[in-house]
Design a protein. Sequence first.
Length: 116
Amino acid sequence: MNLKSGYWQVEVQPEDRENTAFTTGQGLWQFKVPCLMPFGLYNAPATYERLMETVLRGLSSEAYLVYLDDIIIVGRKFEEHLNNIRKVFQKMQKVIVGISDLMTVCAPKSQSTKLL
């Protein structure tokens, strides 16, 4: 499962917005209100992965794996796999509004997939 613009699901706290500053030929800029975590920040991958682990807390770690901005959902049998997809989707729906518009599923109905 891949959330389109996944990092934009993470809000940057007001006191941390100055840390999003960057320089251009026109001067120093920083992200303003509402500030969503921009791509390219040094800790963005770790922050996003930690958020996804928090959102999915309570599900069996044998049902999914979070890798950077992807969620890999697994199951030994097809029905178990579908059930795990439902569980992950339900958890995500509670915290991400409009998740169905943001979600893409990769390699559906694969018997097996090699992971990094």
